[in-house]
Write a protein that binds this ligand. Structure first.
Ligand SMILES: Cc1ncc(COP(=O)(O)O)c(C=O)c1O
Length: 369
């Protein structure tokens, strides 16, 4: 048997040999085509000043929560923001989490029970997969966005069924067929769970709310680290679901609550979003401009995430490195972030990218492809 030390060394060595070793990058200078700050709420002035002003007026926002929310760490402010969120999304209840990763693991590790079945899209985010691993339910993947495959699996599934999807897929830039999913979920009496990490803010308050599907979705997960440029997440659903999470979800119970700053910033973020609709329009114009470049993107035409599939790891890496040398920051998505053999270049568009930057980026890609 390998000692732990040898195991660690071998695992790192293997990554080095396969040229997929992950390392924390130093802060990069360049034109941003890789962050999730789609609307510039973090990068550009506006929301930050509003939050700073709140802190100056109420410095106790910065205080630590002092305990689990079930002991000393709850606050009226945080609960008021949760009511605000439920109202905005037109659902019965909302519960805040420190991140989308925690929200997904909290849900999937506690709600599906032994004897139940979780059917997840094969492209679902790792935070859902990790939550699912902590569950005793039976787990199956269905082919990406393949409703026929999902139905075949549902026919054979046991117990209560959960269908896990992302409304906008983070590494593919395509949408889940939400209407079809709600119909299938209804037909098979399954519970649909939608992760809206990348759709929130760009498509209203997310596609579930934009398409008015709240009553057909069992739970929705929203993150605030992307279009809102902040941090944190919320699970939206019925009062019963939220009460269950408060009672049974270890990831919610056995951790210190967040300071009120997180909750207040999120509320300010919603207000800022409402007051700045032009940023969404700027983003959509930029998406259209890149899509008109003629490059063979595999993503949906309105998606802020645009994907170029490469032939090999080195081809994707070389392209990303070439672009970086010329001042354009993109992301090479390599295995295990995506399936081996499906490596790709991910370009994230923002409201603040200029037309010149987008045209230069597409010209450079054409030159290096
Ligand atoms: C689809 C999806 N879900 C959940 C998460 C996790 O959210 P957070 O970054 O808030 O932990 C991410 C972040 O990468 C994501 O892309």
């Amino acid at each position: 048997m390998l000692s732990t030390l040898s195991f660690l060394e071998q695992a790192i060595e293997k990554r080095k040999q396969e040229k997929v070793l992950r390392q924390l990058p130093a802060a990069k200078n360049g034109i941003d085509f890789y962050s999730n700050d789609y609307l510039g709420f973090s990068t550009e002035s506006g929301l930050t000043e509003i939050v700073v002003n709140e802190i100056i007026q109420q410095p106790d926002l910065l205080k630590g929560a002092t305990g689990s929310r079930l002991i000393s760490g709850n606050s009226d402010r945080t609960m008021q923001v949760e009511s605000f969120l439920a109202h905005k999304h037109q659902v019965q209840s909302a519960l805040l989490f420190p991140s989308g990763y925690t929200a997904n693991t909290a849900f999937f590790s506690s709600v599906p029970q032994r004897g139940d079945t979780i059917l997840m899209d094969e492209c679902i985010h790792r935070s859902v997969r990790d939550g699912v691993r902590l569950s005793d339910a039976h787990k199956i993947k269905f082919r990406h966005n393949d409703m026929q495959h999902l139905e075949e699996l549902l026919k054979r599934s046991r117990g209560n069924c959960f269908i896990a999807v992302e409304s906008l897929y983070s590494m593919d830039g395509d949408f889940a067929p939400l209407h079809a999913l709600t119909l299938i979920a209804k037909r098979y009496n399954a519970n649909l769970v939608v992760d809206e990490a990348h759709a929130f803010g760009i498509f209203g308050y997310g596609l579930v709310s934009q398409k008015k599907l709240q009553h057909r979705v069992f739970a929705t997960m929203i993150t605030y680290g992307k279009a809102l440029g902040l941090h944190g997440a919320a699970i939206l659903g019925t009062e019963l679901l939220i009460s269950f999470l408060i009672n049974f979800s270890s990831a919610f119970i056995y951790t210190t609550g967040s300071s009120d700053l997180y909750a207040i910033s999120i509320q300010k973020g919603y207000e800022f979003l409402k007051e700045n609709p032009e940023r969404i329009q700027d983003l959509q114009n930029n998406i259209l401009l890149l899509r008109n470049s003629g490059l063979p993107f595999s993503s949906a035409s309105e998606s802020p995430i645009q994907i170029l599939r490469g032939t090999t790891i080195s081809c994707v890496k070389n392209l990303q490195q070439q672009l970086e040398k010329e001042g354009f920051l993109t992301f090479a998505a390599l295995a295990p972030t995506v399936k081996k053999g499906e490596e790709r270049l991910r370009i994230c568009l923002h409201s603040y990218n200029s037309s010149d930057e987008i045209n230069q980026l597409s010209d450079l890609i054409k030159k290096h492809l």
